[in-house]
Structure formats: structure tokens, C-alpha cells
Design a protein around this ligand. Sequence first.
Ligand code: Q9C
Ligand code: ZN
Length: 341
Amino acid sequence: MIIVYSPDHALQEGRSELHDGKIVPCFESPRRAALVLAGIEAAGLGPVEAPQRFGLDPVRRVHAADYVAFLETAWGAWVAEHGDHDALPFTWLAPDMRRVLPDHIDGKLGYYAFDAGTPITAGTFRAAGVAADVALTGAHRLADGAPCAFALGRPPGHHAGRAHYGGYCFFNNAAIAAQALRDRGAARVAVLDVDYHHGNGTQEIFYDRGDVLFVSLHADPKQEYPYFLGFADETGSGAGEGATANYPLPFGTGWDTYAEALDHALGRIAAFGAEAVVVSLGVDAYKGDPISRFRLDTPDFAALGRRLAGLRRPTLLVMEGGYAVEAIGLNVVAVLRGFLD
Ligand code: Q9C
Ligand code: ZN
């Protein structure tokens, strides 16, 4: 399987995030991708390829131009105001306030961010751009005829919406790749999101479109982050009515419950007639994940990979979450091996 990887992901190395009322070291760290790469190399999977550079045009196919420009300039504005340390917002718009873009960087952070867990650093914009390039390279490999590829990038993407960031995500790599597959001629593309958290950004980006199906299995937003999206009654709007499907699952979900929802989700993708599938591959449904509360074990991830292959469609796997660093390599390799079996 083609693995797309660049060491430049390490340009995003946040120091700390707000978690359970405390400032703690970032869960989303460069070690994650390095350990996944080490697992892939130890397993003899490959070839490992460097990404091509696509620039920002394919990013702007799913993100607003003003949002992209904000990310490009945020670090400089932050340093000028506060000095050379990570940028985090401390205030946000409530829904009944006015959405007017402030001039001050602190206001801008609150305007574009939706949590205090996603620091902007000196290298954030470049790292996010490389992560998009990694996903785009995989998408173009599929469009050129490859049956599958794994985009091993970070920072992750599925929480990033058209004009907002959060959940460790800045550019929505999976959405950018799905759009590129559409632009390369796939009439219908499905995004299957198996990260433990709901892919609110991807859902938002495609919510009113009938050409991209979004299907997500995740912890029930009544109980879990991102809390404000991901309910079962969100099914799309307008031309996209029926092209969003959410499977919220309770804390403690193990493989039996998960597999039942997964089979239903895969049935939706087959019935949709997807010509290509993008998988938002988080492995934070793992039982040992430090911020998650599902109970999947490493062999379950192999079973997940086998089921994904059972769709028999060109498939791009895009790295999302997974924070049990000691097991992240094993769990991702289990998915890839299961897929290839
Ligand atoms: N106690 C991804 O997996 N923190 N993002 C929630 C706070 C945000 C996860 C826990 C979790 C974001 C890509
Ligand atoms: Zn996640």
C-alpha cells in the first residue's frame, strides 16, 4: 500500500492544551506520526512516498479564503502582541452574539476557533499545508488508478470546518482529498469517519451536497466532544438531504456494538454508489486511549480494515486521532494489514 509521509508534520508541536480544567501537554504530538511510521516500516508496508506540493487552491475548495488567510497570518500577529509562545483563544462567540471579525488577534482567535485545545504555533500553517498535501497526494494516486493509499499526516483535520479550527485540526485533510477526487472525475465520493470523535468539520463542509456522502461512527455528542454536532437526526440539507449519516454510540462501546453500526454504515456507502472512499482513520476508539471511552482492541482494528476492503472501492485512508502513543503504530498497522488481507 502506498504510504504518503513527510517529516514536516513535526512543524506542528503545540506545548499545551486546556483539558479537564488544567493546562496539560498536548495529546496531539509529533511522536504520534513518527511512531505510526516506525510501525509501518517494522511491518514492511510501503512504499513510503513524499507528498507532492499542490499549493492552497485545493485547500480553498473547501475552506473560506479569509480563514486560510487568517491561519497564514495568525502566528505573526500573535507574536507581535504577546510574544513567542503558543497562541490559544480564551473567549468565543455565543450564538446570540454578533459575528463581526475583530481587529485584535485575541478576538480573531475566538472568531475562528471553537476550543482551547488547538494551539497555533510558529509552524502550524506550514504543517497544516503539508498535511493537506499528504492527503492530496494520496487522492491523486487513487485518481491515477491505485486501489488504496494511506495519508500519514498531522495535524489531523476532521474537526476543521469551512471557516473554523479546533479539536487539534486546522485544514480538513479528508475533505480536501474528497473534493480533489470529485475534481478528478469521481461522480460520487463517500467519507467514512471512524475516529472516536464526530467529524463535525467534514459534516459541515458537505452537509448541503448530494455528491459527497458523509458517514460517521463516534461517541454520542450528548456525552462527548465536540458536543454540538453528530446526532442521528442530522441527515443533510437541500441537495444533501440523506447524504449525511451519524451513528452516535455510548461510552464503553466495544467491537460487537461497533461492528453492527459499521456494517450499517458500509451498506449506506455501497447503496450510495461511491466511486471512491475516503476514511477518516482515527484509532482513538482504542480501549487504552487516554481521552476516549470506547473499548476496541488491536485485533478489532484489523477486522475494521478487512471490512473497509470489503467495500471493493478505491480507498484513501487519512490519519486523524489516536492518542495512546504506545499502541498507535500497532493499531494503524492492524487496520492496514486487515485491509490488505
Ligand atoms: N477533556 C481528534 O481526535 N479534547 N481530535 C476533548 C477534553 C479535544 C480530538 C477532551 C479532542 C479532540 C482529531
Ligand atoms: Zn478523535
